[in-house]
Design a protein around this ligand. Structure first.
Ligand SMILES: NC(=O)c1ccc[n+]([C@@H]2O[C@H](COP(=O)([O-])OP(=O)(O)OC[C@H]3O[C@@H](n4cnc5c(N)ncnc54)[C@H](O)[C@@H]3O)[C@@H](O)[C@H]2O)c1
Length: 391
């Protein structure tokens, strides 16, 4: 395989993902960036050192470059659709950060463009490479807890005030809302582990804490979304966005096409942080204790106290951000592009997670009504299930 030249669109907090792909010793060179923010261009130049070719404010310039084979799209959510479609049309293999887009229609347009152009599309659902998620999936797939009937996820986010209420994340027009923005991960995990997709949703949510913050940044500032453990309590957060209209607490219930019922609860003002999942089957239950670093997966298969699971798996910490999943998801993209190795992720699944988020927000902003999720077109499902090869 010839050397892979990679460009990056958007070099902010997630920049490190593209730097993980910078593997000159392995024939992968990250060489160019498009980001209108000059400090981001400077940061890129330092990161890729002697492989640096250029930085531009205009992503179209990068996409017109015939020497670029693949792009990492790490721009804010509301730009994903525009950037991904343009990159696919330009024939660049795409790593697109989650969430795929902020509307169902936007996701479908991306899927259709990938299908029509035959250009490879990979959506960066790194949680499909989280050790606890993989272990819970292994337990469920083994059949030891019987046939899964229920899935719950409690999502405690102690960095919520740092990361989501100070920059573009705080506005619906840029994200649709945080149930979609952040919950896309967990909704996808529920789909992945149980092997089904949501067909109906109903949700409630509200903004009741960060709207009370008084220290707000100026509208022209970008906002500083960096995390600090001493930013506590939530009402004392400084530099919050002037406009906050996304919910800081949300609860969505889902019915899946395989008979599973699920719920996902997201709170942005907890003192601790964890994604705590449980999957309950006809013969037992599995739950993660901790979601990164040293963590455990507990399995109950006999009646008895919660404190004494029948099986405990102790998971070793992996190196790399997001519980070690980031380097693994990046390598999965490179292997998919270069060697057609099928990854754990699937763009149709990414679309279906967004669909739950979009409709969950619609339900919670209405009367909590139950809404049906429109499925993607069959030819798209088949194409992406077949590793992006047309039959
Ligand atoms: N998978 C994960 O675990 C995970 C974690 C965090 C963020 N994300 C996702 O990654 C993406 C980036 O998030 P972030 O926190 O790095 O955001 P960020 O705001 O820190 O960075 C975005 C960058 O895009 C640049 N940008 C803005 N407009 C642009 C344009 N028109 N062309 C090119 N670049 C442009 C900005 O200048 C900025 O440098 C988001 O979609 C977010 O949802 C995923």
């Amino acid at each position: 395989m010839k050397e892979l030249n990679i460009g990056v669109i958007g070099f902010g907090n997630r920049a490190m993902l593209s730097i993980m792909a910078h593997q000159p010793e392995n024939g992968c060179n990250v060489v160019a960036v498009a980001d209108p923010y000059e400090p981001a261009q400077e940061k890129f130049k330092e990161a890729v050192k002697d492989k640096f070719r250029y930085a531009t404010a205009d992503y179209r310039e990068l996409l017109a470059d015939k020497d670029i084979d693949a792009v990492f799209i790490l721009s804010p959510d509301y730009l994903h659709e525009e950037h991904a479609i343009a990159a696919l049309e330009a024939g660049k293999a795409v790593y697109l950060e989650k969430p795929m887009a902020i509307t169902i229609e936007g996701c479908d347009r991306i899927l259709e463009t990938a299908y029509r152009t035959g250009t490879k599309l990979f959506v960066g659902h790194n949680m499909r490479y989280f050790p606890v998620v993989l272990k819970m999936k292994e337990v469920v797939d083994s059949g030891i807890i019987g046939k899964v009937q229920a899935a719950w996820c409690r999502h405690f986010i102690n960095y919520g005030g740092d990361a989501y209420f100070k920059d573009w994340h705080s506005e619906q027009r840029y994200t649709t809302g945080l149930l979609l923005q952040k919950g896309a991960h967990d909704i996808d995990v529920i789909h992945y582990v149980t092997g089904g997709y949501t067909k109906a949703v109903s949700a409630m949510g509200q903004l009741s804490v960060y709207n009370q913050t008084t220290d707000r940044r100026a509208p022209e500032d970008r906002g500083d979304a960096s995390w600090h453990g001493d930013h506590w309590p939530p009402l004392e957060q400084k530099g919050c966005s002037p406009v906050i209209d996304v919910e800081d607490h949300s609860m969505v219930m889902m019915q899946l096409d395989n008979g599973v019922q699920a719920c996902y609860l997201q709170c942005h003002y907890t003192p601790d942080a964890e994604r705590n999942y449980t999957f309950i089957g006809t013969h037992g239950r599995v739950e993660n204790i901790g979601d990164g670093g040293e963590c455990q997966v507990h399995v109950w298969t006999e009646r008895g106290p919660r404190a004494t699971p029948d099986i405990i798996y102790y998971l070793k910490p992996l190196t790399g951000s997001h519980g070690g999943s980031d380097p693994r998801v990046v390598n999965a993209f490179l292997d998919f592009v270069r060697y057609n190795k099928i990854p754990h992720t699937n763009p149709v699944a990414a679309r279906n997670a967004v669909a739950v988020g979009v409709l969950g927000h619609k339900s919670m902003r209405g009367a909590g009504e139950r809404l049906q999720v429109p499925p993607p077109a069959d030819y798209l499902v088949e194409y992406f299930a077949n590793g992006q090869v047309k039959k």
